[in-house]
Design a protein around this ligand. Sequence first.
Ligand code: UD1
Length: 427
Amino acid sequence: MDRIIIRGGNRLTGRLPISGAKNSALTLLPCALLTDEPVTLRNLPRLADVDSFGHLLNQLGVSTMVEGARPEDFGRVMTLRAGRVTSTVAPYDIVRKMRASILVLGPLLARAGEATVSLPGGCAIGNRPIDLHLKALEAFGARIEITAGYVKAIAPDGGLPGGTVTFPVVSVGATENALMAAVLANGTCILDNAAREPEIVDLCHLLIAMGAEIEGVGTDRLTVVGKPRLHGATYAVMPDRIEAGSYACAAAITGGDVDLVGARADDMQAVLAALRDAGVEVEVKRDAIRIAAAGRLRPLTLSTAPFPGFPTDMQAQFMAMLCMADGASVLTETIFENRYMHVPELARMGADISVNGRTAVVRGVPKLTGAPVMATDLRASMSLILAGLVAEGETIVNRIYHLDRGYERLEEKLQTVGADIERNNDD
Ligand code: UD1
């Protein structure tokens, strides 16, 4: 199995390119199901999850063609075409490996009048239900049946009539599924207390480019006037704000000076504000965000929240960074239970962290020490990479398939800015 080996202590400097956003790509890809015309996505990150999503779409009758895939390039262009939807079933085997498969539910229902998707079940960062996805589709007029581990959504003959859903809690995935179902409805669909994450805005922009009518983009109330059909479009995936935030932490924890090329500051205000509070210099340039740090960091008090709050997807990376702060930080995770599984691994590297329910207290330590570690999810794995970059000696990160799901050519990017990091195979 592949693993990553880091010899810590190098200060990171230079320019590091930011890829297209994974979480955006995974909601833009299923939009191809909404039209029989080609949809071309540019700046798609080269990630295992994007490939898996392509394979799922292939099974549903979507053809996928990849261009510009020279090995030295970051990102690629994919043209998807769903001339005819040949299957409306997302099977267990695929959904269990990639939770985002649930995002075919809304567009399949809208285009084909029905969709059957395996229930995703639990995952490493907690029990992640899909009740809100179903609540929205029901509010728009779908009938929902759950049998044998599968959920089936069925539209009345002639399509979804439309309606209003008020989400009791903000859900990124449920907002995405509801939007993709709404754009082909017969009537108007209203999403109240919708998620406002930049990835949702990206989704709205693609849908509008395909001919959808959506009002309130970027707010928590979206009004969608359904259209009889959508057309093809060409669209570039937004830069990955979580990848950018992760490398910002890498620059900060090593006392480095790094330009995050292509990162968009507007999508990252909460993270940039937290970095500044920690004493990190943040300079927004024309084509990049410069992150520079010198000396010990200051401790922080942070609580995760839906956008524009501090993202749950940055909690683990900040925790690693704050191990090197001068004093005690307090982190509260409000989105997912069970999202502190990196804590025992960081502790093995010398971190001083105590967890009580949803709150973690991180006491800064003089140094971290390299160790063999492994992680159980994507962002947790990144926190171990960050700790490894500053730790004394060698850190071996196992189970890196998590990282390959979400960080395009991680070790190559970190090498460019001076990290001593390599991938090898222990077989
Ligand atoms: C998405 C992202 C994930 C990120 C998360 C928060 C993708 C593929 N995944 O996940 O990387 O960590 O947003 O930014 O883009 N909830 C329910 N019922 C539901 C749906 C959600 O109770 O039907 C709860 C969840 O348990 C959680 C909260 O709502 O407590 C937010 O979850 P949600 O925003 O839906 O996260 P995902 O879309 O799964």
